[in-house]
Write a protein that binds this ligand. Structure first.
Ligand SMILES: [Fe+2]
Ligand SMILES: [Fe+2]
Length: 237
């Protein structure tokens, strides 16, 4: 039994948006992810899908992308990415009802993972937000506020349930390229998270946009699909 993560699947089975234009790293990426996933992930494993699952604008259009994900083994837990337009944040409960146990949505809640040593971990997370120069600073501040509040709800839900070990997942990197710390890193530290795993940064030029490795006692990892060479990353056994 193990816990894996991968983000930015950027599927488009219901549309025409190929990722091949992003360079050779993305050629045939859906088949490569499937091959790597099937090779090592079993029905007993858990996979965190860290957002940007689909280019689809609607749930209907995303249907074939969900079919792809549901055909893969393991318990699958999803975060929202900035491109996941099919997922209305205010209607997450409805989305969860539509999928039942087949696919779990992480938003203002948490899921549990028991590692090989029998330690109970809370899987917490939210989309996050990183300023990339596209928003005004005022607007950016509001988005950070909203996302940190969602992350707090996720941590608190786990804490109230008596869990004391946390693994934190974000779609956006925890800091922008100018920052050393952020509201997200401070919250991860305050709750005692052991790891922060994020995605969103793709293209080799962006792989070091944020923290990677140990920082203030937390292990930070980037799990965007191209950074992982389309191979889900082992987070914990
Ligand atoms: Fe992405
Ligand atoms: Fe993204």
């Amino acid at each position: 039994m193990a816990l894996y993560a991968i983000g930015d699947l950027h599927l488009s089975y219901g549309g025409q948006k190929s990722m091949d234009r992003f360079g050779h790293a993305w050629v045939d990426h859906e088949a490569r992810i499937r091959r790597n996933w099937i090779r090592k992930i079993t029905a007993e494993d858990t996979v965190m899908i860290l957002g940007d699952l689909s280019w689809a604008k609607t749930l209907e259009e995303a249907g074939p992308d969900f079919d792809y994900v549901l055909s893969l083994p393991g318990r699958k837990i999803m975060l929202r990415g900035n491109h996941d337009m099919f997922w209305n944040a205010k209607k997450t409960a409805k989305l969860q009802n539509a999928f039942g146990e087949q696919l779990l949505f992480l938003q203002n809640n948490y899921y549990e993972y028991v590692n090989v040593a029998g330690v109970r971990y809370a899987l917490v997370g939210t989309k996050g937000y990183t300023w990339e120069g596209k928003d005004t600073l005022d607007h950016a501040e509001k988005l950070v506020e909203r996302e940190t509040e969602r992350l707090r709800l996720s941590f608190d839900a786990a804490k109230e349930a008596g869990l004391t070990h946390f693994l934190c997942f974000l779609h956006y990197p925890p800091t922008n390229i100018y920052e050393k710390d952020s509201a997200f890193t401070r919250m991860a530290e305050a709750y005692g998270a052991e790891q922060v795993v994020y995605a969103h940064c793709h293209g080799t030029l962006r792989f070091h946009d944020s923290i990677r490795g140990m920082y203030h006692g937390i292990r930070y990892s980037l799990a965007s699909a191209d950074c992982l060479r389309m191979d889900p990353m082992l987070v914990m056994e």
